[in-house]
Design a protein around this ligand. Structure first.
Ligand SMILES: Cc1cc2nc3c(=O)[nH]c(=O)nc-3n(C[C@H](O)[C@H](O)[C@H](O)COP(=O)(O)OP(=O)(O)OC[C@H]3O[C@@H](n4cnc5c(N)ncnc54)[C@H](O)[C@@H]3O)c2cc1C
Length: 355
């Protein structure tokens, strides 16, 4: 198992990082922006964009170069997610979800091989990429009698195959074009060497270890959407005129914009703070929890304020704002609800600050 110091990742060279982000921005403007509304409204899987994201290496963004990834630090990864989500959150979910599996394998995986099988039965709902995905991280109970219960869980690499049944695709308010599905396991046989770490009972720690990066990812989505909603509002407020002047000169709009700018900035800084702590190799569930909590609420509020600033047009499905409004709410719920985040933050705070 990798230690904290093994997991330390150096920051990327600033010029290289800027060039990478610039190339992604050009791709977003050229390939993504023109097709967002159509895909979102038709809830259509972005066939053309997925191979392009794979080509850019986004599916292995933080995976070590020795395993074919880009080996990026979490700070650069967070900036990529923020940038993409300032346009469209759904496409980030396609590669982010894959990266969570990769992270668990990279952190806890072994090179071991043997020939036995585990037989798995059960179901799990709300699985992102459940239909197009071909391999999943699967947390199962290998010792139902273990006390405490979390010590009876193990994490497997689970490729689709016999006994692995894809159930129905779930309808959603937002986060369109990326599927959320039910998965069922009916005497599904998984080779013993797919047990991550090669030892039973480690799954809970491995899965919650992956949650730190997962929460940084959701924080980056929130921060990106807070920025995207702000940009739309700021552009519109400078163009739309009422009572003989642009609405950005009305104090009511200024108050909203002032709060939106502050929220977006604070969300970005908290997200990068958590990503830096992650790159440092230390435990960072409190930092990741704070970033996820704050940035997702910032996205939700900025989407709402952006819609208010747009007036009637903000409610139109021909405009981008309503999508931010629908998408932002997922970041409040996903990867652990914000109620749970506040409990995690509080517990960690007390643990780190004993009387
Ligand atoms: C679009 C979408 C995609 C998803 N993708 C995935 C995926 O790919 N893989 C995956 O595994 N999961 C996925 N999920 C599941 C997601 O992580 C959960 O929905 C989320 O963590 C909340 O869990 P829950 O739905 O069971 O809510 P519950 O845990 O039932 O929560 C309901 C309410 O009770 C509160 N609550 C619950 N427990 C406590 C407590 N102890 N103290 C205080 N309040 C509490 C919650 O905050 C919430 O307000 C996805 C969900 C959605 C909506």
């Amino acid at each position: 198992m990798a230690t904290a110091s093994d997991m330390r990742t150096e920051p990327m060279d600033e010029a290289d990082e800027t060039a990478l982000l610039d190339s992604i921005q050009r791709w977003l403007d050229r390939e993504v922006r023109p097709v967002i509304i159509e895909h979102d409204h038709e809830d259509k899987w972005p066939e053309k964009l997925v191979p392009q994201m794979a080509e850019m290496g986004l599916f292995g963004a933080t995976v070590g170069k020795q395993y074919g990834g880009l080996g990026l630090p979490a700070t650069t990864y967070a900036k990529i997610v923020m940038l993409i989500c300032s346009y469209w959150m759904s496409i980030s979910g396609i590669f982010n979800t894959h990266l969570i599996l990769c992270t668990a394998i990279e952190k806890f995986g072994t090179e071991r091989r043997d020939g036995d099988y585990y037989v798995i039965n059960g179901s799990k709902t709300w699985i992102t990429n459940g239909i197009h995905g071909s391999v999943f991280a699967l947390l199962v109970k290998t010792d139902p009698d273990a006390e405490p219960r979390y010590k009876g869980m193990s994490l497997f690499i689970a490729p689709k195959g016999e006994g692995f049944v894809t159930g129905k695709r779930l309808g959603k308010l937002g986060y369109k074009s990326i599927e959320s599905a039910e998965l069922h396991f009916d005497d599904y046989r998984v080779p013993a060497d797919n047990l991550i770490g090669g030892e039973e009972g480690q799954g809970f720690f491995q899965a919650t270890g992956g949650l730190e990066l997962g929460r940084i990812n959701v924080a980056a989505r929130g921060a990106g959407m807070a920025e995207g909603a702000l940009k739309l509002a700021s552009d519109y407020a400078q163009q739309r005129e009422t009572m003989g002047k642009p609405i950005c000169e009305h104090q009511a709009i200024q108050l909203m914009l002032g709060e939106m700018v502050t929220r977006a900035r604070a969300a970005r800084l908290l997200t990068l703070d958590a990503a830096e702590a992650y790159d440092g190799g230390a435990r960072c569930d409190m930092e990741a929890g704070m970033a996820k909590y704050f940035a997702s609420e910032a996205a939700r509020k900025n989407a709402e304020d952006s819609m208010r600033i747009h007036g009637g047009i903000g409610y139109s499905t021909e405009h981008h704002v309503e999508r931010f409004y629908r998408d932002a709410m997922l970041t409040v719920i996903g990867e652990g609800t914000n109620e749970i985040q506040r409990i995690v933050i509080s517990k960690q705070w007390v643990k780190r600050n004993p009387v």
